[in-house]
Design a binder for this molecule. Structure first.
Ligand code: GTP
Ligand code: MG
Length: 182
């Protein structure tokens, strides 16, 4: 079955977004403390496709050894999972571009892993400030990449982006079926 992984820095809002998309409170564990999600968690939707919650990167309060382990686990998953259709790379819309996000997204690009950028927590700042942060991020990307990936603005608080993400997934699901079953 096709699957879609959600990844981004610790605390960016991956688990909250998965709950918002699935419309099930408490499905993926949420916490104000970074590092809540520590395993690769699969959530089956409509018995047809999976939402995948991944541990965040850039979480400072763990040992170097533990962090290296996480990195290998995530890297292996992203590179080897053959039914992984698209990665949703989450970026916090409240802050200016961060090196760790640019580095991770650059890596996805290098490895030619299809991805969409989801800007999270857009309920927090004014439209103007959110827009400034997003434009700054896109500007950083254009320094390295000719083509920008698709971008969707989201908020798990007020369900912004839900329809857009779900229709994006539905479209890819139907293509996945065509490819796998002729
Ligand atoms: P880890 O599993 O630790 O990597 O974190 P995560 O990326 O899964 O983040 P999580 O969903 O646990 O959310 C982290 C914090 O951000 C929680 O306190 C959430 O309530 C809050 N949060 C998540 N999404 C939103 C949002 O859209 N708007 C607002 N205002 N807060 C949010
Ligand atoms: Mg989480």
């Amino acid at each position: 079955m096709p699957e879609y992984a959600f990844i981004g820095r610790s605390n960016v809002g991956k688990s909250s977004l998965i709950n918002m998309l699935a419309n099930v409170k408490g499905l993926a564990k949420i916490s104000g403390t970074p590092g809540k999600t520590q395993l690769i968690n699969h959530f089956l939707v409509n018995e047809a496709w999976y939402l995948v919650d991944l541990p965040g990167y850039g979480f400072a309060k763990i040992s170097q050894a533990m962090r290296a382990k996480w990195e290998i686990m995530i890297r292996d998953y992203l590179l080897k999972r053959s039914n992984l259709v698209t990665v949703f790379a989450l970026v916090d819309s409240r802050i200016p571009p961060m090196a760790s996000d640019l580095k991770f997204i650059g890596w996805l690009g290098e490895k030619q892993i299809p991805f969409v950028i989801l800007f999270t927590k857009t309920d927090k700042l004014t439209k103007k400030k959110t827009g400034d942060n997003i434009r700054a991020f896109e500007k950083k990307l254009t320094e390295t990449w000719e083509e920008l990936p698709p971008v969707i603005l989201t908020s798990s608080e007020n369900k912004t982006g839900r329809d857009e993400i779900l229709s994006y997934i539905e479209k890819l699901n139907s293509e996945f079926k065509t490819v796998s079953h002729g």
